[in-house]
Design a protein around this ligand. Structure first.
Ligand SMILES: Cc1ncc(COP(=O)(O)O)c(C=O)c1O
Length: 450
């Protein structure tokens, strides 16, 4: 029996559409090249790799014998520290009761899409997992178009156009997800944009899910505004998600959180997420929660760590951005996280002549011919039709440009973070230098195409 026939016989309709994550193909190609003894410039993965903050590491070590299930909502100390941290950040009181801890923010997003009514609006491009989660939940997805010309921001016109189109097509748009700073674009929303988004959600009675997993890694105050700030977390139909994976380089420990509004709406959704969690994942790992309680603490040591991590990411993404711009690519200046999102469309003629017509083909060419791994825009929902933009966009993650291996991560990592606090110290990143040299070489290959 063919695999499709088997899927039709044994799987539900929703689950038969699930595929292994889009990052898999690039992963396999990277491995294949490494096995052949070839070098790879690794811009394919958005996994934070700084050494763990020492108090966080120690807390995990001390708690490693905690093997009991903890409560579904999470450890009391962790919920308290998340609430305090988010209260400071958002400038409004948040109670620990509003916080739910889970094994990563991904399952929380999955649960939210599953339990909330209505169809979903997502900015295009968006992180790889939202679309499959939405589809699996049996919902329709409506893209909110963005443009590199204005840094992939969301406009009132694009929100209204998507909403009207969804309604005209018989959809029931009741959820909007935003992610600022964004994976894949590295862009973040201004206060004015947040105002537009929250006004739109209020007017159309739309639940806003604000994925703020990169919110500590913001490069300028101007683009630091949260949709949940100014008291909105407690007055609007808004849910905030975040976690330990990015700022604290502890993705594998699997700790994420959601903050729900202190309203009847918030309590209803939270109660159902907790019931969902109790039947699905029970609780996040106890030692990881103990460590996360330290990580989210408002202490001078943790504040310094967050600042240092942000400074290195800013330095690295900015240098990569400048290099790409110098090579003639269309690329908006990054405002946060650890991604740069260039489009190769200024090289459309050379790409066409090389037989490259889509972002997937471009990413394959880049790894096979130039040894550079980057993810194609199509996995973030970009369209392969049309000359400008999406067809030739790639996401380049800078998070693997710091250390060659685990040994170097700990041998050099703390010193690298310290560099940002010492006046006049150069931040040296040999892997970034190699990446820039490889990209220049790739672009010179394209320039040579007649
Ligand atoms: C935009 C975005 N949201 C959510 C997640 C999920 O993070 P975690 O489940 O590790 O909290 C990721 C991880 O890559 C991400 O990039």
């Amino acid at each position: 029996m063919g695999s499709q026939t088997l899927a039709n016989e044994f799987l539900t309709e929703g689950s038969s559409k699930l595929r292994l994550s889009a990052t898999l193909e690039i992963n396999e190609r990277v491995q294949e090249r490494l096995n052949r003894g070839k070098q790879v410039v690794h811009l394919g993965f958005g996994e934070a790799t700084f050494p763990l903050q020492k108090d966080v590491l120690e807390a995990h070590r001390v708690a490693s014998q905690d093997t009991s299930y903890v409560s579904v909502a999470g450890l009391a100390t962790l919920r308290k520290n998340v609430a305090q941290f988010q209260s400071r950040r958002l400038g409004c009181p948040i109670s620990p009761k509003q916080v739910v801890i889970a094994p990563g923010s991904k399952p929380l997003l999955f649960a939210l899409f599953d339990i909330l009514r209505g169809d979903v609006m997502l900015p295009r491009p968006s992180w790889v997992s939202y679309e499959p989660q939405v589809v699996h939940a049996g919902k329709r997805l409506f893209w909110v178009e963005t443009d590199e010309e204005d840094r992939h921001t969301i406009t009132e016109a694009s929100l209204n156009a998507t909403y009207d189109e969804a309604v005209a097509e018989g959809g029931d748009p009741r959820i909007l997800l935003i992610n600022s700073p964004s994976n894949p674009t590295g862009q973040a929303f201004s206060e004015a944009t947040i105002e537009i988004i929250t006004r739109f959600c209020r007017k159309q009675s739309i639940t806003l899910i604000s994925d703020e997993i990169y919110s500590d890694i913001c490069f300028t105050k101007e683009f630091q505004m949260s949709a949940c700030a100014n008291g909105r977390i407690n007055t609007e139909q808004t849910i905030l998600t975040g976690g330990l994976s990015k700022t604290y380089s502890a993705g594998g420990w699997r700790v994420g959180f959601a903050v729900f509004p202190d309203t009847d709406f918030g309590a209803t959704v939270q109660r159902t997420v907790l019931a969902y969690a109790s039947e699905c994942w029970s609780a996040a790992s106890a030692p990881a929660q103990q460590a996360a309680a330290v990580a989210f603490g408002i202490t001078p040591a943790m504040d310094q760590y967050r600042e240092q991590v942000t400074a290195v990411h800013q330095h690295c993404t900015f240098r990569l951005y400048l290099a790409l711009k110098d090579c003639g690519l269309a690329v908006p200046e990054p405002k946060g996280a650890f991604y740069v999102y260039p489009s190769f469309h200024p090289y459309a003629r050379q790409l066409e002549a090389t037989g490259i017509h889509t972002s997937l083909e471009l990413s394959r060419w880049l790894i096979e011919e130039c040894g550079i791994a980057a993810l194609p825009g199509s996995v973030f929902g970009e369209s392969d039709t049309g000359i400008r933009g999406g067809r030739y966009r790639l996401r380049m993650a800078t998070s693997y440009l710091y250390f060659r291996d685990q040994e170097e991560r700990y041998a050099k990592g703390y010193e690298l973070l310290q560099c940002t606090s010492k006046e006049g110290t150069e931040i040296e990143l040999p892997l970034l230098d190699e990446a820039i040299a490889a990209l220049k070489m790739a672009l010179s290959k394209l320039n040579a195409v007649r």
